[in-house]
Design a protein around this ligand. Structure first.
Ligand code: GAR
Length: 207
């Protein structure tokens, strides 16, 4: 079986992207290897470490900043076309900090995976770590899920749990979450690619 084609979307440091690249590098190939390859990395802003990581790995990149388009709908169409040009089997949002629109979801729904730094459905949105801390949660973590038209509301694939410590600030807690998150994302993406999956309502089964 050929490796599944991944397009990864990033907005920042790209350590989750790097974890995927390292796992693929360690076991390249289709069913006999990791099961997937990164064919392109997209971003909503230039000059970020995530794009540098892709360039260093020799992977094509594209950038679609919202401000370059007349409306959010036009931006969404451009992001959809730029992603589609690489014919991905799966699209992975790994710290991509923009909510995509209807066209993107219509095109990639059911094969668009996001990683979020909280235990959904608790603390969705752009500040999952800060919101869990402010709420006084004693455990939090990360969620890898399929993206639907809501904000962090799609079917859950896997979750990882992280204890909140009394001395935690947002940065310290986020760093411990990301240690769990990178392993979880690599594990999930590899299994989706190698084994295939079914989504029935909210239930995701990896075959
Ligand atoms: C990750 O913790 C990811 O869950 C979070 O951004 C971080 C990206 O880290 N995403 C969100 O908060 C989306 N709402 P990275 O750039 O080092 O991979």
């Amino acid at each position: 079986m050929a490796a599944s084609r991944l397009v990864v979307l990033v907005s920042g440091s790209g350590t989750n992207l790097q974890a995927l690249l390292d796992a693929i590098d360690a076991h390249p190939g289709g069913s006999e290897g990791f099961g997937a390859e990164v064919v392109a990395v997209g971003a909503d802003r230039a000059n970020i470490a995530g794009l540098e990581r892709a360039e260093k790995a020799g992977i094509p990149t594209f950038v679609c900043p919202v401000k370059d388009y007349g409306s959010r709908v036009e931006w969404d169409a451009a992001l959809t076309a730029a992603t589609d040009a690489y014919a991905p089997d799966l699209v992975v949002s790994a710290g991509f900090m923009k909510i995509v629109g209807k066209e993107f979801i219509d095109r990639f729904g059911g094969r668009f995976v996001n990683t979020h730094p909280a235990l959904l459905p608790a603390f969705p949105g752009a500040h999952g770590v800060r919101d869990a801390l402010a709420y006084g949660a004693k455990v939090t973590g990360c969620t890898v899920h399929f993206v639907d038209s809501g904000v962090d509301t799609g079917p859950i694939i896997a979750q990882g749990v992280v204890e909140v410590r009394d001395e935690d600030d947002e940065a310290a807690l986020h760093e411990r979450i990301k240690e769990v998150e990178r392993k979880l994302l690599v594990d999930v993406v590899g299994r989706l690619a190698r084994h295939g999956y079914r989504i029935e309502g909210r239930k995701v089964t990896i075959q």
